[in-house]
Write a protein that binds this ligand. Structure first.
Ligand SMILES: [Zn+2]
Length: 237
């Protein structure tokens, strides 16, 4: 596995994105916006997955994706994860769609349910995909002032310690952050009240330091890589 392309919160605008060639395309949920258009949106997203220049596609649902939670829609061209771990290209990847505080939306979970869901995530995985951010990391809305991420997920991360944690949901906090050896990516592509596409997909490259491949980063260890277990890291393109 070499290059990952991460997107989240496409909200029916997936066709406006240009997906670069990559080994793995990850969608962190919220394909849809309104329930009336949901089936057509998911159908088209599945075709878009098939057309993407990616060797593998993995996705989860978000709080707007009711037909995914009900299993009335199934992707033919992506590996769909709901509290499941898969190995793809040598990477252990776990996906879980649940969100706090949004009763009445898809994938809403109570505090007790969230604690249970996050406990199911194996320790030491390579890539964790959630829809919600963890509390305090890339989770501040455009109005500012509050953190919308899940505190139970944040607490459980001390055990899980994934090398890469990708999510979306809080559109205004698109970006990346490095902490305790985990690279965090909020890959939400839309923003504003009209949900316009305002960010490109986030490209993350695996840095194979174990193979002594100093040439891949000009012979210098990138500051972005510090904190990772010896052997490898991720570089944001
Ligand atoms: Zn969302």
């Amino acid at each position: 596995m070499k290059s990952l392309c991460i997107v989240a919160d496409t909200h029916r605008k997936h066709r406006e994105l240009l997906i670069p060639e990559c080994d793995l395309l990850i969608h962190c949920g919220d394909f849809c916006s309104c329930r009336r258009e949901e089936e057509r949106t998911l159908d088209d997203a599945d075709i878009w997955f098939a057309e993407a220049p990616a060797k593998h596609v993995v996705c989860i649902g978000g709080n707007h994706d009711f037909l995914l939670q009900s299993r009335e829609f199934r992707f033919a061209h992506a590996t769909f994860l709901e509290d499941r771990t898969v190995e793809i290209g040598g990477l252990l990847i776990h996906g879980s769609p649940w969100c706090p505080d949004l009763s009445g939306f898809a994938y809403y979970a109570t505090n007790e349910q969230l604690i249970e869901k996050w406990r199911m995530i194996p320790s030491g995985i390579d890539v964790l995909i959630t829809h919600t951010p963890p509390f305090g990391i890339l989770d501040i809305p455009s109005s500012g002032g509050i953190h919308l991420g899940c505190p139970h997920l944040r607490a459980e991360l001390n055990r899980i310690r994934p090398k890469l944690h990708v999510f979306g949901h809080v559109h205004a906090s698109h970006g990346t952050h490095l902490e305790n050896g985990t690279r965090f990516v909020n890959a939400a592509v839309v923003g504003g009240r009209d949900l316009e596409v305002c960010h490109a997909p986030t490209m993350v490259d695996q840095t194979p330091e174990a193979e002594g491949d100093a040439s891949s980063n000009g012979g210098q260890r990138s500051s972005l890589d510090s904190g990772f277990a010896p052997g490898w890291g991720w570089t944001i393109r």
